[in-house]
Design a protein around this ligand. Structure first.
Ligand code: ADP
Ligand code: MG
Length: 483
């Protein structure tokens, strides 16, 4: 660990390269299904296997998704882009090259704003994923001394999103990555699952003396598969580089692997330069012309983006914190939107969603869509509370006891269990009088100044009515009788 004082001498520079697997039905250049978790090598055609003589055919849906993501990241979509071959040898890459985009990518010059700070997006390009090596001992192949190749993932469409070196701390990098994840999920191009590897991140990190304009040499960190690991890896790497520089050494440009168990980065290989890959235009694919009409058609399908959602929620009276929390959980946010569309009071709805519902989901490890609760039923429940048909507490009770588990309508439960609120003044007066008569000692104490006994009396009335009495009327009537 490096002392804070030492850290303060340096400025940190971070740029991220994020790979997002696109949620298409089929692969980017072949008709094999694009699915996770299938029998190894069951999703492989001659194209995916890199057989001689086969030709790639571009999946149009990948281009649609690339344009959509580019627009969401405020990028320009050039009217022409092309594909290139990036050559390298690895057992999970049967062709001996990856089809990618080099100097003419599908998206350029974008940005996103994170907490008021603009992070530039240099480019985003389409490419194919490689297969996967399953090493000795992993994935249930205990004690094996060999590695297996699974090519199901080969040819999965990827968008690689390259940021400008605009981030200045591990926390900023994490916030940027989280927002990117939100964006790809909300626009529906990627499921953003870091653990399954459908979204992956390489972090480029360098340090320079504070005030310097010249960036230091960067190291690239791979193998981070959670947001917290990303933050830890960057923090570790910053300290490692500071120690090297403080001891008079030099940071070398290389690729390092993060090991989340030992919590350190290890050198993996020297960093290749672009010329090492012998890029050249892919001769089997035509350059792609993207008309402005095509871009417009995609623009017209753009759903509300996370930042817009947050702003809308805040304009409805939600706190910044609540708006953030709800947007982070897409299932809940989409549910909340439907409840709002049905005319429910936003504050009441958010109290239920962030309170009882979120707690229930967390405790039972469920998503909202795994439960029987529908937006219609929650909206109806809220309207019963607004109309004083039931109290807020009864509402919470039937929500958790009945609605989430059996999908019943609130009004039906209220009817069946006789839960409607007692608001009739005469009836409440009678109940209050009964409680007052039964507790003369407490009444005496109350009159002698122990005013916090009011809660006791309210509680007794509630107990009598199983929570059905209108608490506001009970309070008023109590005060008028004993006050
Ligand atoms: P490569 O594919 O060789 O890693 P790219 O140019 O595609 O190169 O990506 C480089 C990434 O590293 C970008 O996200 C960029 O912002 C970032 N980067 C470049 N220089 C530095 C630096 N000195 N310190 C930190 N990050 C850097
Ligand atoms: Mg890189």
């Amino acid at each position: 660990m490096v002392e804070q004082e030492l850290r303060d001498k340096y400025e940190v520079v971070i740029g991220l390269e994020v790979h997002a697997q696109l949620k298409t039905k089929t692969k980017i250049f072949a008709s094999d299904r694009n699915e996770f978790g299938q029998e190894p090598n069951s999703l492989t055609s001659p194209i995916t296997l890199g057989m001689p003589g086969v030709l790639p055919v571009l999946n149009k849906e990948c281009v649609n998704m690339g344009i959509l993501l580019g627009l969401a990241l405020n990028c320009e979509i050039p009217s022409r882009c092309k594909f290139d071959r990036k050559q390298y040898f690895y057992p999970d890459l049967p062709k001996g090259y990856q089809i990618s985009q080099y100097d003419e990518p599908i998206c350029v010059n974008g940005h996103i704003d994170i907490n008021g700070k603009r992070i530039g997006i240099t480019r985003a390009h389409l490419e194919e994923d490689a297969g996967k090596l399953v090493h000795a001992g992993a994935d249930g192949i205990a004690d094996s001394t060999y590695s297996l190749v699974d090519l199901n993932r080969a040819g999965t469409p990827l968008l690689e999103i390259v940021s400008e070196p605009d981030m200045r701390s591990a926390e900023e990098a994490r916030n940027y990555m989280e927002e990117l994840r939100n964006i790809v999920r909300y626009i529906g191009v990627c499921d953003g699952n870091l653990e399954e590897g459908s979204m992956r991140c390489d972090a480029n990190i360098s340090i320079m003396p504070k005030g310097s304009k010249e960036f230091g040499t960067r190291a690239e960190i791979k193998n981070v598969n959670s947001f917290s690991a990303l933050q830890r890896a960057i923090e570790y790497e910053i300290d490692r580089q500071i120690e090297i520089v403080e001891e008079g050494g030099e940071v070398v440009q290389e690729t390092r692997l993060w090991d989340d168990n030992s919590r350190e980065t290890r050198s993996m290989r020297g960093k290749e330069d672009a010329h090492d890959y012998r890029y050249f235009p892919e001769p089997d694919l035509m350059p792609l012309e993207i008309s402005r009409e095509w871009v417009q058609r995609i623009k017209d399908t753009m759903p509300e983006l996370p930042a817009q959602k947050r702003a809308r929620y805040q304009s409805l009276g939600l706190s910044e914190y609540d708006a953030n929390v709800i947007v982070e959980q897409m299932g809940l946010a989409l549910f909340f939107d439907k409840v709002l569309e049905l005319g429910a009071n936003p504050k009441t709805a958010v109290n239920f969603i962030m309170g009882e519902i979120a707690a229930y989901l967390k405790e039972n490890h469920l998503e909202i869509t795994d439960t029987k609760l529908t937006p219609e039923n929650l909206a109806e429940l809220i309207s019963l509370i607004e109309k004083n048909t039931i109290s807020n507490n009864i509402g919470k009770q039937i929500l958790i006891e009945d609605m989430i588990t059996n999908g019943e309508k609130a009004s039906a439960i209220v009817e069946r269990k006789g839960l409607s609120q007692i608001s009739d003044e005469g009836a409440i007066k009678e109940l209050v009088q009964k409680v007052v008569d039964a507790h003369p000692a407490e009444v005496e104490a109350y009159k002698n100044g122990k005013t916090n006994l009011l809660g006791f009396f309210v509680g007794q009335v509630m107990k009598e009515t199983k929570g059905r009495a209108n608490p506001k009327s009970v309070n008023e009537i109590l005060r008028s009788i004993i006050g």
